[in-house]
Design a protein around this ligand. Structure first.
Ligand code: HH2
Length: 278
């Protein structure tokens, strides 16, 4: 395994960090509903930061299997006020989007990281936007696209194929002058992957680490945890998410993307306290 990177987006990665998930809830038809959705998301983000999230990941479009795309203007309207308020409060904010226009608007509003489930391939302008703004990026692997990705995912060697894809995306960013300290890769657990693929990737994380580039993993409440535990309700998968998150940390993940920040913080503190090398 290669040496741990020292930083990502200005964050010290000498110990694992948490990215707290801030979903901007689909708003109602009225402006009042829209405002209420933003206010609730801001409050939630502030609570996650207080509970120990180093990054707040603001997203206005669901990428769950089967999800329909949201119009780009609507996505901008959802995320910008939330990014702005959380950045102004002094927090490190990432924007979870596949669209260059949303990236640009969120960066203008104070986002320091772009988190893209298409690794800057989903919009032909996204690499330009990120490289020109000199912000950091999370490059995630996905096979297919959210509407259909779980239909019949196929790989010959999932760890090798995901690793090669991520290495190529890192090279594309380096070729545009981006620094390794602003790059982070993510195997995209659940994005065009069967249970066996997800398990192979979690077991194969040490093979996905690249020197000087951070590694992020998102397992929180995902479907494979339901499959392994028999828990159908995503919000009831906290304990399973902690088990999977610790496995990811053991495999060399630097950052966990989680819904349940306080619970994950507690698990990591105990894990470190008993001397696991995190
Ligand atoms: N997973 C989701 C969304 N964005 N980004 C990264 N980098 N890694 C992930 O694993 C990842 C991600 C899952 O999205 P969704 O199912 O829409 O739900 P939520 O945003 O609540 O996690």
């Amino acid at each position: 395994m290669s040496a741990a990177p020292r930083e990502f987006a200005g964050l010290d990665l000498s110990h694992p960090r948490l990215m707290g998930i801030v979903n901007v809830t689909p708003d109602s038809f009225s402006d009042g509903g829209r405002h209420a959705g933003a206010a609730a998301a801001i409050d939630h983000g502030l609570a996650l930061a207080a509970a120990g999230a180093a990054v707040l990941d603001v997203g206005g479009e669901s990428t769950r299997p089967g999800a329909e795309p949201v119009p780009v203007e609507e996505e901008v309207r959802r995320v910008v006020p939330v990014v702005q308020a959380l950045a102004r409060a002094g927090h490190c904010v990432s924007v979870d989007t596949r669209r260059a226009a949303v990236m640009r608007a969120a960066i203008d509003a104070g986002a320091r990281i772009v988190n893209d489930v298409t690794a800057l391939t989903g919009d032909r302008d996204s690499l330009d936007v990120v490289a020109a703004a000199r912000v950091a990026v999370v490059l995630m692997h996905m096979q297919g696209e959210p509407r259909t990705m779980q239909a019949a995912p196929r790989y010959d060697d999932v760890v090798a194929e995901v690793g090669a894809y991520l290495a190529a995306r890192v090279d594309a960013c380096r070729a545009r002058g981006m620094r390794d300290a602003d790059l982070c890769v993510d195997p995209g657990i659940g994005f065009g992957k069967t249970l066996e693929h997800n398990i192979a990737l979690l077991r194969g994380l040490p093979r996905l680490r690249m020197p000087g580039v951070a590694l992020l993993v998102g397992v929180s409440r995902k479907g494979f945890i339901g499959t392994l535990s028999g828990i159908a309700e995503p919000a009831a998968r906290v304990a399973g998410s902690l088990a999977a998150g610790l496995a990811a940390i053991d495999g060399g993940a630097d950052i966990l993307r989680v819904h349940d920040v306080a619970e994950t913080r507690q698990a990591l503190d105990v894990w470190r306290g008993i001397g696991r090398p995190v």
